[in-house]
Structure formats: structure tokens, C-alpha cells
Design a protein around this ligand. Structure first.
Ligand SMILES: *Cc1c(COP(=O)(O)O)cnc(C)c1O
Length: 468
């Protein structure tokens, strides 16, 4: 067939439009999306013809075009932010949204946001109030700090603190604490962009108290400590704890700023997990300004929490940058509800998903895997087993800590693990699993109980994906 006839055999937009408008799965989808996907598919056929593709191939494509258009429309209409099942066993997985917020908190957030609130209204005086006051009492009670300010995330918190106390001046930081968090967050760069200049002291493995004192000049505005939350330096090392800096701070009258990163509020060693320095300890040591994330070990929404001396926090509140970094009411509502759990540590560990997952016991996880495995009794061609595995805390927290866990393991006869893993990600609720020793591992520490039906459906979907 010549090209002209092939072009003529391409269906018209209207040929599909009428049909699609009466299809249940498509009829509620915006017309623009429907039209765009029809046109895109018709253009693809035109391109095939103009590229000289064989008649057989073109006809084949045309025959399948309607079902392809329907799939494309439904795909395009789906939300881009999808819920996924985290079977990777990394609890604070930054790429998967870090900490989960529980239903109880979401009920509270729902109520706060479907109605007006006193977000910036003083109910006693009947006039304008401050959104920052809402979080002050609970965070002050839990951390023991004099004052509190919460901004968009911890990167913003560090930037705001430095910009407020050290703009145009020098900040002293050990070379052993020049952390890169990931993405574009490198402590020396954040420091420079706050308008302060960095004075690096010591070496990667050793920094001494005398290094700090030697670096202090009349231009020094702060001593910065950064918790090396995502790596450890071991061996021939020496560093100066923030507490040891106190005599210098008093002698020269300069504040100590500490970026704690993960922001843990409970002593995890009680649960057999490596101890992370807690926020309360930093406050007790008298650190002037301490900052940490809301969505790492604290287990709340994305936020940067600054606690410390009232004098500095008040200065920060007056910094115009605060307005640019301010938190919204979703965060305030969810963070307030999260903080409330911390009045009772047992409740915090039970109800905050991040803490619950970190402290889950291997035997309990294993039991959940065993029960789930029985659902897959009828699957053939796959070796299904339960194996010991190791979960990670993630989020740049506790980098050397591996949590003993249990995983469902699938070893496939006919599909490569890579292909199977890809197919799992194509499921309507994508499943993120791990490949290890040619097997697919599903670590149940990070799989939620209300995801088990979907997990089963997704595994069956992925097994059939290449069978079609
Ligand atoms: C994670 C982290 C940050 C960045 O915190 P975000 O809340 O992600 O902005 C900064 N400093 C340290 C030490 C961290 O671990």
C-alpha cells in the first residue's frame, strides 16, 4: 500500500471521542486529557508512516490503538504523587516521603483545615496573633528549651540561624563536620549562602578545642557544630563535643549553634538501638541554638525546628527571611499533634509510625511475613521463602545501624529479578522492593498492615506482567 492510502486509513479524532465519552472508566476524565491522548496516539501512527514503517506494522498499531488510547488516558489522569508500598526496609526513606503520619493525626489535620482556625488570631485579645505561638508550649515542654521557632525544613532552620546571628561575620566549623546531606545540601554552602563566611578548622579526623580557640577573632559570630548524622569517622579521631565549647562561648561571648539533623527526642538505646544524641541533651548542655528535622527520627511532617535561647529565637523571628521560610497550617497542625504524643514516651513509640517501625521486633515482623506467605500458596514457578534480612533507619540517621528483620523472598524461574522489580513498580500502587542474591526481597518492617491486600495483588500483577 502506498503511503497516501496508509495515511487515509488512520482513524479520525471523532471516531474515538463519541465512544470514549460513554465509557465508565473515561467519561469523568477532563476532555482536554482525552483529546490530547487521542491526538498523541494518532501522531505516533503518522510518524510511523512517514518513517516508512511496514504496512503490516502500521495496521497492527491501528488495530490496537483504541485500547492503547484508553490506557494512556487513564494513566495520564492518575495523580502523579502516588502512594507506594515501601518493601525496601528503609524506614525514613527520603525518596519515598520520609516519615508517615498516622490516621489519628490526619483526622486532626482534616478538622483543622476544613474549617477556619486561629492560625494567626489571638482568641483572648481578639486581634492578630502569631502562628509560631501555636507550637511553642508543646515543643518547649518536651525539649526543655526556652523558646521555639519552626520553619519549612532543617536546611531552612540552619540557614535562618546563621543568617540571623552571623551574616557578614565568621562561623567556625570543624573539617570533620562538613556534611553533605544529599541533594544540594552541603553545610559549607548553606553557611556561605546565609551571608556568613566559613572558617574551617582541624582536619577530617581530628579537631581539638585549641583549634577553636585559635580561630576565634573579633569577627567570629558563632561556633557551629553539625551532627555527622549520615556517616561515622572511626579510628584515629578526635572531636570536640558542643559541651566542651562552653568555656569558649562564655569567654568570648559567642553563641554555639548545633545542627542535630535527625532530631531524636527519645533515648533509642532503651530499645537496643545505637544511641543518637537527643535534642533534650543539647538543651541541657546549654547550647544556644539547636536545629533538627521534623520528618526524620521525630516522625512528624517536614519541618525545621529551632529551639534554644529566647534572645536568639526572638532575633530570628524578626529576620525577614523567616517570612520566606514559614511553615503552613498543614505542618503546624500535624506537628502539634505529633509533639503531643511525646508527653508519654510509650504512646509516642506505639503511635508514631517511624518510631513504631524502628522499634518493631524481628519475631513480630517474621510472624506477619509467615501469615502473608500463606496467601501465595497457589503461585507456581516461584520459590517463596522467608529469610532474615536487615532494615535501615535511613534519612541520614544511624548510618551504621542495621535492624534485624524478616523478609518475604521470591526467586523466579523465568523472569529476571530486574524485570520483576520493574514490573512491581508499574503496579497501580507501585511496590519498591530490594534485589539481593538474585532474589526479590520484601522487608515487612516498612510494609503497613493495611497494604497487605495491595501487596498481594501487586505481586500477582508483576508475575503476570511478562506472561501476557
Ligand atoms: C537531614 C539533615 C539536614 C537537612 O534537614 P531537612 O529537614 O532535610 O532540610 C541538615 N543537617 C543535618 C545534619 C541533617 O542530617
Amino acid at each position: 500500500m502506498e503511503k497516501g492510502k496508509l495515511y487515509a486509513s488512520i482513524p479520525k479524532v471523532d471516531d474515538f471521542l463519541n465512544d470514549l465519552e460513554f465509557m465508565d472508566s473515561v467519561s469523568n476524565i477532563p476532555r482536554k486529557i482525552i483529546m490530547d491522548q487521542i491526538r498523541k496516539n494518532l501522531d505516533e501512527i503518522r510518524k510511523l508512516i512517514s518513517n516508512g514503517e511496514s504496512e503490516k506494522k502500521v495496521i497492527e498499531k491501528i488495530n490496537k490503538i483504541k485500547s492503547k488510547i484508553i490506557i494512556d488516558i487513564i494513566d495520564y489522569d492518575a495523580y502523579r504523587l502516588k502512594t507506594v508500598i515501601n518493601a525496601a526496609g528503609v524506614i525514613i526513606h527520603t525518596n519515598l516521603g520520609r516519615s508517615l503520619i498516622n490516621e489519628e493525626i490526619m483526622d486532626h489535620v482534616h478538622k483543622s483545615l476544613t474549617h477556619y482556625s486561629n492560625l494567626e488570631y489571638d482568641l483572648v485579645e481578639g486581634r492578630r496573633g502569631s502562628r509560631y505561638d501555636i507550637l511553642t508550649d508543646f515543643i518547649r515542654d518536651i525539649t526543655g528549651a526556652e523558646d521555639v521557632l519552626v520553619v519549612n525544613n532543617n536546611a531552612a532552620a540552619v540557614m535562618l540561624a546563621l543568617s540571623t546571628v552571623a551574616k557578614g561575620k565568621e562561623v567556625i566549623l570543624s573539617r570533620g563536620e562538613m556534611v553533605e546531606i544529599g541533594g544540594a545540601f552541603r553545610v559549607p554552602e548553606v553557611l556561605e549562602s546565609s551571608g556568613a563566611s566559613l572558617v574551617a578548622i582541624g582536619t577530617t579526623n581530628k579537631t581539638k578545642l585549641s583549634d577553636y580557640e585559635k580561630a576565634i577573632t573579633e569577627n567570629t559570630a558563632a561556633l557551629l557544630k553539625v551532627h555527622t548524622s549520615n556517616y561515622r569517622i572511626v579510628g584515629f579521631t578526635e572531636s570536640v563535643d558542643a559541651e566542651e565549647l562552653k568555656p569558649l562561648k562564655e569567654k568570648y561571648n559567642i553563641p554555639i549553634i548545633e545542627d542535630l539533623g535527625s532530631g531524636v527526642l527519645i533515648d533509642l538505646s532503651k530499645y537496643g538501638i545505637e544511641k543518637e544524641p537527643t535534642v533534650q541533651e543539647s538543651i541541657q548542655k546549654g547550647i544556644d541554638i539547636v536545629s533538627f528535622s521534623g520528618d526524620k527520627l521525630l516522625g512528624g511532617p517536614q519541618a525545621g525546628i529551632i529551639v534554644g535561647k529566647k534572645k536568639y529565637i526572638e532575633e530570628m523571628k524578626r529576620n525577614p527571611l523567616t517570612r520566606a521560610l514559614r511553615i503552613d497550617k498543614f505542618t503546624i497542625s500535624a506537628l502539634e499533634a505529633t509533639m503531643k504524643y511525646y508527653y508519654n514516651l510509650d504512646e509516642a513509640v506505639e503511635k508514631i509510625p517511624t518510631l513504631r517501625m524502628i522499634t518493631s521486633k524481628k519475631e513480630d515482623i517474621k510472624k506477619r511475613v509467615e501469615i502473608f506467605k500463606t496467601r501465595l500458596y497457589d503461585i507456581n514457578g516461584v520459590e517463596i521463602s522467608i529469610e532474615d534480612s536487615l532494615s535501615e533507619v535511613g534519612g541520614g540517621s544511624l548510618p551504621t545501624e542495621k535492624l534485624p528483620s524478616a523478609s518475604l523472598c521470591l526467586k523466579l524461574e523465568s523472569i529476571s529479578p530486574d524485570k520483576f522489580e520493574q514490573a512491581l513498580r508499574k503496579f497501580k500502587t507501585p511496590i519498591i522492593a530490594r534485589i539481593q542474591d538474585e532474589k526479590l526481597l520484601f522487608d515487612f518492617r516498612t510494609v503497613q498492615d493495611d497494604e497487605l491486600d495491595l501487596l498481594e495483588e501487586g505481586i500477582r500483577f508483576a508475575l503476570n506482567y511478562y506472561g501476557e
